[in-house]
Design a binder for this molecule. Sequence first.
Ligand code: ATP
Ligand code: MG
Length: 415
Amino acid sequence: MTKRICLVHYHEIGLKGKNRSTFENQLVTNLHRALRDFPVTDISRISGYIVVETEDHLASEELAAAIRRVPGVARVSLAYKCGLDEGEYCAAAVRALGEAGDFASFKVHARRSSTTYPVHTLDMNKIVGSVLCESFPDKKVDVHHPDVTVVVHVVQGSTYVYAASAPGVGGLPVGTAGKVVTLLSSGFDSPVSTWMVGRRGAICVPVHFSGRPMTADTSEWLCQDIVDALAPSGTIGRLYVVPFGERQREISLAVPQSLRIIMYRRVMLQVAERIALLEGAKALVTGESLGQVASQTLENIAAVNEAVTMPVLRPLIGSDKQEIIARAHEIGTYDISCQTAPDCCTLFMPRRPETHARMADVLAAWESFDHEGMVADLVESVEWRDFPQCPSYHAPKGALREHHRDLAPGSGGER
Ligand code: ATP
Ligand code: MG
C-alpha cells in the first residue's frame, strides 16, 4: 500500500559516533512534541532520514511546514512510501512528478541503501524514467540541469519516492547545546537573536524587563506574543518578566543622567545572570549589533559587560538592520515588533546618553546605589510562564519557585 509521508533530512556534517545518535534521538523527541496537534502515528529513523507517518497515510503540506520550522531539520520532502514492487513505485513516481508544479524537464535519481534489492540503480532509473516519459510526453529528460528530480530510494524493505522537497530551518536540535538566558525586548533585534541561538540547539529562557508599574504592561504582552510566535519550533522553555519601573526611577535619581542607560543595563544583566545560575544556563544572549544605537558602542558594551562573569553572546553583532528585519519577517515576529510599546528602555531616558563611557565613571556611578539589594529584590519579584513545546526544558528547583506570579492565561496571575 502506498502512503504519503514526510521524509525529514538533516545535515550529518560533524555528527559521528555517539554524537550522531544523541542528535537523532533529540530530533525525534522534538518532532514528537512539535507535531502533537497532528494525527502522527509514527516517527522513526531510517538510514540517515526520519520518517513521519500519519493516521490517514496522507501527510499534508501543513505537516511538512510544521516540521520545517524545527531546528535540526535541513529539508522536508513529501514522499510516497511503497513496497519494492516496480509497478507500485513507478505509479508513485508518476504521482510525485504530477504534484511537482510547473516544470519543463526532469530526471530520475534512484538509490539503494539495502544491497539485498536485486535491481541496479541504473536499471531503476531506466524503468522509472520510461514510465514517466510515457505519462508526461511533453516534458524533457535532462540529466544535468533538470527542473525537477524524482528520487526513488530503496531503504529497508520500502521504497521512498519524492519530487517535492523544501528547505527547513537547519541548525541543530534544541537540547543538544545546553541552556541560555536571552534578554528579550519587544524590539526587532532580540527576538531574532533568541531565535538564532535556539536554532543552534540551545534551550532559550527569555527574560523581559518591563517598565511596570511606571508604564503600562503592553511590552509584556508583546513579548508574550513574540515568544508565542517562536515557541512552536520548540526553542522556548520559560519566559520571565521582571517589573523594573520602580527600580529605574531609583537609579535615575542616584546616578548622572548620561550613565543611566548603562546602569539599567548592568542591573538587567546581573538579574539575568542570577536567573541563569538558578536555571543552570551557561550564557546570556542579547540582540546588540555594533554601533546600531548609542548604547552599542564598544566602550558601552564593555561597560555593561563588566557587571557579569557569565559569557554574553551577541549573535547579531555583525548584522545590518535590513538583515535583522528580513529574519524577523521569516520567523513571524516582525509585525509584533512593529507595535511600539513603552518598556523599561523608554522610561527615564536621558537626553544625552553617554556613548563612550569611561570605566572609572561607570564604576563610581555603580557604587552610588544599592545595586546588590536591587538585583536580589528584582530576582525575587520575577513572574513567569512555561512553554510545553520544549521537551528538554527542566525548570529550576531552587528559590524562584515560591515567589512568582504566574503569567499563564487562566492562572491566578492573569492580567
Ligand atoms: P531590540 O531591537 O532587541 O530591542 P535595540 O536595537 O532596541 O534592541 P537596545 O535597546 O540597546 O537595542 O537593547 C539592546 C539589547 O538589550 C536588546 O537586544 C536586548 O537583548 C536587551 N534589552 C533591551 N531592552 C530590554 C528589555 N526591556 N528587556 C530585556 N532585554 C532588553
Ligand atoms: Mg529595544
